[in-house]
Design a protein. Structure first.
Length: 338
């Protein structure tokens, strides 16, 4: 345990080791829940203020759209809850949602952007295309929000106003599922309102989605994401790869080092890396779930993050001292560190 310059307790969550030297360290907060919902780990103590969950909250925003009456099939629900990489299949899904609302790309309130998928981006540039809203990674969420507005006769031009009926429903949904009263309203990178919560609240929210009775809106979100992981992220995307390789696990990361993950059996974990770098979050979340009894044997490279020098492995990203101590105390085997 250490303290930030502001005197806030932080846990060492990950270490970057290069050629035997601890090159970088990531600190933050991590909360894990047992299958029955009891707190199994609370590393870093209780965050002094609520965190901004960024795109980790998208499954709850998608849930609010369902509750508002948006009719979404499983692929569409997955992309509404995801941060897609802008591939053509993603664009098709977003436009299906918009078309059912009687709208087109111009209704999207997210910024224009290039697709995150590199081959798609290079092809568009070669073809002389420009940045667009529909290729932006949040366009699925925005399309679902617009469809929810149309279903209720709500104004679509102001759907990103925090006081809009849809955003008030999102806020209520975040508070209810996370079990935490929102203290801060911010603006996310895509322009949508962003409601704060705690790290434990995120873990509880992800657990609530996977343990909800089958057929409920909460379970529909979890089932859609796990059945169609490509629409949550895309090719070579950590969230998509996690749900593809580790059956039953629900995973959604966000900007600035936030992630939530839960197993079908109820174990859950969430964290916030205070320096904002997400490179260790998937590794840590899977290691924690593994220590709680979830089978992560198929995770492969997701929990074997190599550091390269001259194109060959010379080190690795590994759990930090506080995480390693907790893993050891739960009986998890210590990892061979490079």
């Amino acid at each position: 345990m250490t303290q930030s310059p502001a005197g806030v307790d932080l846990a060492e969550l990950a270490v970057v080791v290069r050629s035997g030297v601890a090159e970088s360290r990531h600190f933050g907060w991590l909360v894990a829940l047992d299958a029955d919902g009891a707190v199994a780990a609370n590393l870093g103590g209780t965050a002094p203020t609520q965190v901004l969950p960024r795109s980790t909250t998208k499954p709850l925003q998608a849930l609010a759209c369902l509750l508002a009456g948006a009719e979404l099939d499983a692929e569409e629900l997955a992309i509404a809850a995801g941060s897609h990489t802008g591939e053509d299949a993603h664009v098709d899904a977003v436009r299906r949602i918009l078309g059912r609302a009687g709208l087109d790309d111009s209704a999207l309130g997210c910024p224009v952007d290039w697709p995150e998928d590199e081959p798609t981006r290079e092809r568009l540039i070669r073809d002389g295309e420009t940045r667009s809203r529909v290729r932006m990674n949040c366009s699925g969420k925005h399309a679902a929000m617009l469809l929810a507005c149309v279903a209720n006769g709500w104004d679509t031009a102001s759907y990103l106003n925090p006081q809009h009926p849809l955003q008030q429903l999102v806020r209520d949904t975040v508070e209810r599922v996370a079990g935490v009263v929102v203290e801060h309203t911010a603006v996310d990178g895509c322009g949508a309102p962003l409601f704060s919560t705690t790290v434990e609240g995120l873990a509880r929210a992800f657990r609530a989605l996977v343990v909800a009775p089958e057929g409920t809106p909460e379970r529909r979100v979890a089932d859609a994401m796990r059945a169609h992981p490509f629409f949550v992220g895309g090719d070579n995307h950590a969230n998509s790869d996690t749900m593809t390789r580790v059956p039953g696990v629900l995973a959604k990361g966000g900007a600035e080092g936030v992630i939530g993950m839960a197993a079908a059996t109820g174990q859950a974990v969430a964290m916030k890396i205070v320096d904002g770098n997400p490179r260790a979050t998937t590794l840590l979340a899977l290691d924690v779930l593994g220590a709680l009894g979830v089978d992560i044997s198929a995770a492969g490279s997701l929990v074997d993050l190599r550091i390269l020098g001259g194109g060959v492995p010379v080190g690795a990203i590994v759990p930090g001292a506080d995480v390693e101590r907790w893993l050891t105390s739960t009986g998890a085997a210590a990892r061979e560190h490079a």
